[in-house]
Design a protein around this ligand. Structure first.
Ligand SMILES: Cc1cc2nc3c(=O)[nH]c(=O)nc-3n(C[C@H](O)[C@H](O)[C@H](O)COP(=O)(O)OP(=O)(O)OC[C@H]3O[C@@H](n4cnc5c(N)ncnc54)[C@H](O)[C@@H]3O)c2cc1C
Length: 408
């Protein structure tokens, strides 16, 4: 029997085990195992909605236990802590801090990445982060009273990539709603970016369009501003400016966890991403694959696959078919990322997208529907269209009965 162990049940890992589990569930020769410390899956591009109190846990979170039982893979609730390549063994720590070992024939690392504090002093102690559902939930507990306060409070978000921009837009929208229904004052939302423009990884026209929309919503967008130090209740820029804040959130850059650099000789880069070949195999061990944000995967044009949800999903689909080839002893094909464009949500009913090779910049409710569709496509892989259609209908119904904001 061959055992495929996937570590990390995020955008990439969960889609991979779903595909593999369904395809191999009748085979007695193969076992698919997911190792993941959380009990529920939350699609990461929606974490800003948890932080802003607009995420629907009942409908949009996935229980790993239930999903595994229905889709032909085994779920182990634990964190990977180490690796012995010679013995093909993983070291695990479960939720009760008990240690154990797990053998594998093929290992897939899909442990994602968090934000990067670039070793800026004070950031880890004095800023909130948005790297997991529990961090986003904590952010909401801090942000909710600020959004409801009847005197203006200041929220500072550092990093204007997709995370920072979407959070700023969602908070501005929620505050607008709250002010309609209560005596809440308008909070001051400041979005800070070190690069010359927001969304530096996206096309320039998209950045400009989103910037204009954020300004319209009252968000104070500051570019070319590098934070050098954080203290309780304030941030200091490289130019020496002190920016006071009632809450500061760090959403800049990406970096993988430090423990990936100690995986029995597997090579990593400066962001702690594991280096892989175009077939997603590590440079040192062809039985270990990496995908999603944790991988530094080369592309034919010399660039690397970007750390984005659509890249994670495409890599999962590719690897599902390649692992089957591998099990049959056939040669592996390289993974090539096809960029389908970028869609950024700015408040719950508006989005801006760069499509058709960035030639088309579109904005509005229709683009917001497209943004939602990207999430629905992820759910479609996990559940199939029948259940996704039911989820869409249920959500519509709930929206007509309940307020959109969790705190109302
Ligand atoms: C707020 C936010 C907004 C975003 N918006 C967008 C967007 O609009 N568009 C876009 O393309 N991308 C966006 N992204 C990026 C996108 O979410 C990631 O590129 C994508 O989730 C990467 O998928 P992944 O599977 O590699 O990692 P993840 O989805 O992060 O999953 C990693 C999984 O590994 C698990 N794990 C971690 N450590 C261990 C361990 N030691 N043992 C076992 N399991 C472990 C984690 O619990 C997690 O479930 C956003 C990210 C954030 C945070």
């Amino acid at each position: 029997m061959s055992k495929i162990v996937v570590v990390g049940g995020g955008a990439a890992g969960l889609e991979l085990v779903t595909r593999l589990g369904r395809q191999l569930k009748r085979s007695k020769d193969h076992e698919v195992i997911l190792v993941e410390p959380s009990s529920h899956h939350y699609w990461k591009p929606r974490l800003h909605e948890i932080a802003a109190g607009t995420f629907d846990r009942e409908l949009d979170a996935v229980s790993y236990f239930q999903h595994a039982a229905c889709n032909g893979y085994r779920y182990i609730q634990a964190s990977m802590t180490g690796l012995d390549r010679q013995g093909k063994t993983l070291h695990l720590r479960d939720t009760h801090a008990q240690f154990s070992e797990l053998n594998y024939d093929y290992l897939v690392m899909a442990t994602g990445a968090g934000s990067n504090d670039f070793n800026t002093p004070g950031v880890s102690e004095h800023c909130l982060f948005m790297d997991s559902a529990s961090q986003a939930q904590l952010a909401w507990q801090h942000l909710d009273p600020l959004l409801r306060a009847n005197s203006s409070r200041r929220i500072v978000i550092v990093g204007a990539g997709a995370t920072g921009v979407e959070l700023a837009g969602e908070l501005a929208r929620v505050s607008q709603r709250l002010r309609r229904y209560s005596q809440a004052a308008k909070p001051e939302i400041i979005l800070i970016e070190a690069a010359p423009r927001i969304l530096p990884a996206g096309p320039e026209k998209l950045s400009e369009r989103v910037r204009r929309d954020l300004l319209k919503q009252g968000v104070d967008v500051r570019v070319r501003t590098r934070i050098q130090r954080a203290e309780a209740g304030c941030l200091f820029t490289a130019e020496g400016e002190r920016i006071g804040a009632d809450q500061q959130i760090w959403a800049a850059g990406i970096k993988c966890a430090e423990w990936l650099t100690r995986l029995d000789g597997l090579e990593t880069n400066h962001l702690n991403q594991l280096k892989v070949t175009a077939t997603l195999q590590t440079l040192q061990d062809p039985d270990i694959f990496v995908l999603g944000d944790a991988a530094e995967c080369p592309q034919p044009d010399g660039s690397f696959v970007p750390p984005r949800a659509q890249a994670a999903s495409q890599a999962a689909s590719h690897l599902a078919s390649q692992l089957k080839r591998r099990l049959k002893g056939r040669e592996l094909q390289p993974f090539v990322f096809h960029d389908g464009g970028m869609v950024i949500s700015i408040g719950h009913n508006l989005a801006v997208g760069a499509l058709a090779n960035n030639r088309l910049i579109l904005r509005g409710r229709l683009v917001r529907t497209l943004y939602n569709t990207i999430f629905r496509l992820h759910q479609q892989v996990l559940f199939g269209w029948t259940r996704v259609t039911a989820l869409i209908l249920l959500k519509r119904l709930k929206c007509t009965l309940n307020p959109h904001y969790r705190g109302l």
